[in-house]
Design a protein around this ligand. Sequence first.
Ligand code: ATR
Length: 284
Amino acid sequence: MKKIFGVVGYPINHTLSPAIHNYLFGQFKMEAVYLAFEVPPAQYEHFFKGMACINNLVGLNVTVPFKNEAAQYTDRIIFKKKDVFGAVPVNTVHFKNKISFGFNTDIYGFYMGLLKSCPSFRPKRKIALLIGAGGAAKGVGISLVSAGIKCLVIANRTYKKAVDLKSFLEKISRLTEIKAIPLSGDILSSQGPFDLIINSTSHGLKKERSLINFNVRGIRSGIAYDLIYKPKTDFLIQAEKNGWETVNGLDMLIFQAFKAFQIWTGKNPIKYYTDIKKILLKMM
Ligand code: ATR
């Protein structure tokens, strides 16, 4: 019987995940299909409970706006720090022997995306600015403090959420100095320099102007990383203009998918990276 995999989200029409996984199933000659499931938020609970009844369903990715909800519908969360795993967003579910296991592969995907573009990046003495404090920011924060970044400044429009994320991340690692501040456009001149700045917000998806000003005299540049991969955001355009190295979210998307594929199938798809990147760039 064909094995079923998929991604659930709302909306979901632009997802590139089916292209990645269906290509891999073809390469590994697996009898499997990966589908996109569009589920309105009010129906999500029914959807998840129903999914758990399907014998040949093996894996599910969970995307916006359900990442924070998925944990409550999974039987076991797999995360190395047991005291915080209930609060880790779940983006990958593996159904095995009638038990659902929840994982977060964005944490790995984010860091691999960074290393792919900037292989010499070493976190130990680095100061990072994380813009945003939602579900995506949580994954980025876990990734950076787990890697041992020296200092992480979290800036969010709603200050309270930045403070909450700081408290959460402090439970994961005591090695990183973590600060929470309100977001402001002049953050680079008032709080910089930074080695790495990440935009984890959805601001920029509709081509809005960058939330921060990169045109600051006398401040050294670093790496600007936007989790958005389409369109090229004003955040990345302004960073590039001012001499920053830039990274978009496409490699993060590919590597989080590779990790999920490996969890579900036990197979490592890394040798297909170049082929898949070409396919996705054509689709964008
Ligand atoms: P996700 O799971 O994609 O991170 P989320 O949990 O809803 O989605 O978080 C969205 C993040 O983007 C938040 O940090 C949000 O800031 P607030 O906490 O103040 O809402 C941020 N964000 C979204 N639109 C923004 C905007 N126009 N300006 C600044 N921050 C914005």
